[in-house]
Design a protein around this ligand. Structure first.
Ligand code: NAD
Length: 511
């Protein structure tokens, strides 16, 4: 299927920007491009013969330089008042708004998602920057913790230092800024490591944002494992925001141990959706769950990965859900008729295709539905139609692993206890959802689920906004991102104690 990629002749539209293809994602430190040992091609998953651009494969030397520059810029940025930091971030967000259209197209070409999804991803950078500028006051002054005749004790949030932000390929811009924006507002300087699989739109966004910040405050070192490990292991990096798979998160933890780095790990998920006996199972519910499962071709960390349905509804739900999935139109994300794009890269395509084949071979029922938008060019891309799996063992790999693709198992349960036990029988714990027409029933079940977030009657884009704490339990991560939780996660709480009377303190004369 793969031919050697050729550069596309189509330039990205000029509306509001001047991007042209093929694009480049260089190592960019203090506004300067650094040389690298090698570049890697970035191909369009909807047409794997099309070269969208090239990515610099940054190495340890590049990371060393970026970190040294960020370290040198740290004192000045940390000493800049939060309101002034916020002003620069707001200016960067305004500049980005002019480029959203072309950047979203670039992201669709390199990553595959349909355009409305990439607009959300790219637009997320400005949205998140603006949200954090609105909370700069939180950092403006220390809080009085206690004040009495003994003296006054304050607490204040201090920046940590150089912060590494390591990003996956699935929602590269949005996820990067969930780390970058709070880190910058807090007064940290930042080195970003985009995934080598989707570095182009993020690289452009970072170039624009860095132009609005003092030199060295924001650098970018694209690349693969080598660059990521160099950041996670660097002795001058004090904090790492990592988003990616659980196994890489474990590697980051080991790498970061050398200088006891503070780490935030946003890792994989195997989100269950539980449709209770008290749910109203109709087409609206089935449509909503189809969105929850197949957004971005199932490649969102908190897409639903397993559906458990009370046995009274299981057969009806399966029919309605499969019919709703059948209405998905799979094709090139640039075509507005496509409602689902390709799988994002060859490794993920092979992983998900293999999983579907093995599931079918195991005797489970796999119904592959949906429409091919352009059957003639289907084999030129990494396209998979949506699949629905039933009659499957609850311990089958399609149920227990994070599939991260457009296939989902639908399993029955007998009662609430069994639903909770099945949902919690996993090493993951990112998000979950409970579906019911009875709010109290849903709440009671939700509170028993082992996951960082539980949604009621929804589980998709928009349900977890930037202000709301988000993160995983168990193998899905450490720490909470979004909102003030992320600001707290990239600051140290310092206590300043000013005692005027120490006479009551313990000592040999005063026990
Ligand atoms: P990945 O773990 O393969 O890679 C993530 C990033 O880590 C990439 O930039 C990669 O180059 C880098 N990396 C690789 N080895 C490294 C090492 N040893 N040290 C430091 N960095 C290293 O993940 P992926 O395949 O890019 O993304 C998909 C995964 O991300 C899925 O598991 C998904 O659930 C997860 N994810 C989680 C969230 C969340 O918020 N919890 C959000 C999005 C994606």
């Amino acid at each position: 299927m793969d031919r050697p990629p050729t550069a596309t002749t189509t330039a990205a539209p000029a509306a509001g920007g001047s991007l042209s293809l093929p694009a480049r994602a260089p190592v960019l430190v203090a506004g300067e491009e650094l040389p690298v040992d090698s570049w890697s091609p970035v191909v369009n998953p909807a047409r794997t013969g099309e070269l969208v651009g090239e990515v610099a494969m940054g190495g340890a030397e590049n990371v060393d330089r970026a970190v040294a520059v960020a370290h040198a810029a740290f004192r000045g940025w940390a000493a800049t008042p939060p309101a002034a930091r916020a002003e620069r971030m707001a200016a960067a967000a305004a500049a980005l708004a002019e480029h959203n259209g072309p950047l979203a197209e670039l992201l669709t070409r390199e990553q595959g998602k349909v355009l409305w999804e990439t607009r959300l991803d790219v637009g997320g950078a400005g949205h998140i920057l603006n949200w954090y500028t609105g909370v700069a006051d939180v950092l403006a002054e220390d809080e009085v913790f206690r004040s009495d005749a003994r003296g006054t004790i304050w607490t204040g949030r201090r920046p940590m230092g150089v912060t590494g932000v390591i990003v996956p390929w699935n929602s590269p811009v949005y996820l990067a800024f969930l780390g970058i924006a709070p880190a910058l507002l807090a007064g940290n300087t930042v080195v970003v490591k985009p995934s080598e699989l989707a570095p182009l739109a993020l690289g452009e966004v970072l170039r624009i944002v860095a132009e609005h910040l003092p030199e060295g405050v924001l650098s970018v070192v694209p690349g693969g494992r080598e660059a990521g490990a160099a950041i996670a292991g660097h002795r001058l990096v004090r904090k790492v925001f990592f988003t990616g798979s659980t196994s890489t998160g474990q590697a980051v933890m080991r790498e970061a141990a050398g200088n006891l780095k503070n780490i935030s790990l946003e890792l994989g998920g195997n989100d269950p959706a539980i449709v209770l006996e008290s749910a109203r199972v109709d087409d609206a519910l089935a449509e909503e769950l189809v969105r929850s499962v197949y957004s971005a071709s199932g490649q969102i960390c908190f897409d639903v990965k397993r559906v458990y349905v009370h046995r009274a509804h299981h057969a009806e739900f399966l029919e309605r859900f499969t019919a709703a999935a059948d209405r998905l139109v799979v094709g090139n994300g640039l075509d507005p008729r496509a409602t689902m794009g390709p799988v994002s890269n060859r490794a993920q395509f092979d992983k998900v295709s293999g999983l579907i084949e093995r599931t079918r071979a195991s005797g489970a029922t796999v119904r592959t539905v949906g429409t091919k938008l352009d059957p003639g060019s289907w084999d030129e891309g990494l396209f998979l139609l949506p699949s629905v799996v039933s009659d499957v063992d609850p311990r089958a790999e399609i149920v227990t692993d994070e599939q991260f693709g457009p296939v989902v198992p639908v399993l029955p349960f007998a009662d609430d206890d069994e639903a909770v036990a099945l949902a919690n029988d996993t090493e993951f714990g990112l998000a979950a959802s409970v579906w019911s027409a009875d709010r109290e029933h849903a709440l009671a079940v939700a509170r028993r689920i082992e996951s960082g977030t539980v949604f009621l009657n929804v589980h998709r884009y928009g349900a977890s906004d930037v202000s709301m704490p988000f993160g995983g339990v168990k193998g899905s991560g450490i720490g909470r991102g979004h909102g003030l939780a992320a600001l707290h996660a990239c600051t140290e709480l310092q206590t300043v104690a000013d005692y005027v009377d120490v006479s009551a303190f313990p000592g040999p004369d005063n026990r």
